[in-house]
Design a protein around this ligand. Structure first.
Ligand code: BEZ
Length: 211
């Protein structure tokens, strides 16, 4: 099955480094950042899981939690966690799904077709509390992800869920945003954007980030 933005994130049962989970129950009412990595005991993945752990507080402050997956076993995950702690100075506290039979990786389409091996690549699914896939990012195995970017995407998703705005290129939390072109009623605009806005074009209107 191919997943897209607005797909329902499929439920699954799996073993993890922290015990078995039923995904939807485990997710509860939180956002979930579900990310795959190719293999345990590999250098880039080691740095990624440490980077993810360093941001778990920032994600929790936004009502989000991390869930990692690779095609290795629970035993491998647990042994590797010790190596991550030893080399990176942090031990990931979020679960890592063990997927040796590739069932979950296949369900989430995390293994590219015609690949020379059957390892997961670096996919990221942003899943909202209604279990909808809201964003998908995919990197090749050779490129480690920027976890600050994942936080930035989550900030954009949460902001644009509440306000009729979109976030421009390279936006960071607190920067100006754009008003969605569909909003044209001047009374509603005045109510929503009391700090005002700049009209560069009728379809390009900039306003301070609403709070
Ligand atoms: C790594 O995590 O270092 C890695 C994994 C698979 C292929 C290349 C690099």
């Amino acid at each position: 099955m191919s997943l897209h933005i607005n797909s329902t994130a499929p439920d699954f049962a799996a073993d993890t480094s922290l015990g078995p989970i039923q995904f939807h129950d485990w997710a509860g009412k939180d956002w979930v950042i579900f990310f795959s990595h190719p293999r345990d005991f590999t250098p880039v993945c080691t740095t990624e899981l440490a980077a993810a752990e360093r941001l778990t507080g920032a994600f929790a402050a936004r009502g989000a939690k991390m869930l990692a997956i690779s095609v290795d076993s629970v035993d491998d995950h647990c042994r590797w966690l010790g190596d991550i702690e030893e080399t990176q100075g942090v031990r990931p506290s979020f679960p890592i799904v063990a997927d040796p039979d590739r069932a979950v990786s296949t369900l989430y389409d995390m293994i590219p077709p015609n690949a020379p091996n059957t390892f997961t690549v670096r996919s990221v699914f942003f899943i909202d509390p209604n279990r909808q896939v809201r964003a998908i990012i995919t990197y090749p195995a050779s490129t480690g992800r920027n976890f600050d970017e994942l936080l930035r995407v989550l900030d954009s998703l949460q902001l644009t869920d509440v306000h009729k705005v979109a976030t421009p290129a390279n936006w960071r939390h607190g920067d100006d945003v754009v008003i969605v072109p569909a909003l044209t009623d001047p009374d509603e605009m005045a109510r929503r954007f009391p700090k005002g806005w700049k009209v560069l074009k009728p379809w390009l209107r900039i306003t301070p980030q609403p709070v």
